[in-house]
Design a protein around this ligand. Sequence first.
Ligand SMILES: *Cc1c(COP(=O)(O)O)cnc(C)c1O
Length: 385
Amino acid sequence: MKGTFPIDKLERIQTPFYYYDAELLRQTLRTITDEAQKHEGFCVHYAVKANANPRVLRIIREAGLGADCVSGGEIEASIRAGFPSSKIVYAGVGKADWEINLGLDNDIFCFNVESIPELEVINQLAQQKGKTARVAFRLNPNVGAHTHANITTGLAENKFGIDMRDMLRVIEEAKQMSHIKVVGLHFHIGSQILDMGDFEALCNRVNELQLELERHRISVEHINVGGGLGIDYQHPNRVPVPDFKSYFDTYAKKLKLRPGQTLHFELGRAVVGQCGTLLTRALYIKVGSVKQFCIVDAGFTDLIRPALYQAYHKIENLSSEEPNETYDVVGPICESTDVFAKQIDLNRCHRGDLLAIRSAGAYGEIMASGYNCRHLPQGYMSDEL
Ligand SMILES: *Cc1c(COP(=O)(O)O)cnc(C)c1O
């Protein structure tokens, strides 16, 4: 089964480009808000790093989500898209002074702090402005996620976060700082997680840490469990909307919130992954001695996930209903890793055929580069075509 696309409209656009299905994005957002609202105190933020296309951001903001940013540029993009600064959280291991100042000037909801030296700088900069910075500590829960090694972030060996054994010490230190208010704990264990057991393991860890805080009569206003819910890259047509019900229900059942506490989520991939498709045209069909190549006009400069993580994206030939043949689908860039898929079946390809590289809404357009002086791909929203 192939996805449904407005072929006539897409045919008129210069390839390669991203196409976003606004209806699917809105349906995904409705599912998120419906499922999250069933649980008291759940607040959902969108991880802007997954896709910062202004049209995508606007639809997400209209649905009422907050923004999770990892750079000053993302804070700027969120504000431009209309996210209220009271719903912006800012995380990242290496925050520059101008980025911290930007967050302070906009009175963002919270800085997710990853080290004591960073905390000291935030305190200083806040003091210069006569402001108090709200901070949450990003703790490394040492919980592994069953996902690709390059996208697990919650292990002791990763560069992210503060060792959980240092939790009390950093909170005590923060209390001595005049322009810091500790409001929360923050976690994020990785990405493309489909096993609810991984999120359960995080809940158990958070419960332990909260008990430890209580023994020292410390309470926090919020817990932020990050993002990481995965999408079905194999079956974008059968499973267009991720299982948000199981995701939120897992946290509701396993994580013991204290009275008045709010639980924050930072979902990226699960929000935008399935609504985006990279459209590309077959340039040449090259028949080699052992295989045949479909050489397309998109490359890893447009979508780097296959080259970077050996990620799988389903590919469909939208222009052909002829019998399947087996192809390696490759781009034009002068690197051997510029391959979208090896040995896959496609309806017989011809020069000029339009190919859809599916599930490319997250970490696609935003990771595009100008290597080889290639032009950046444009993104188009279905309801504006
Ligand atoms: C990347 C990231 C997210 C979003 O991850 P997804 O897997 O896209 O949901 C959330 N929080 C933090 C801190 C991140 O770095």
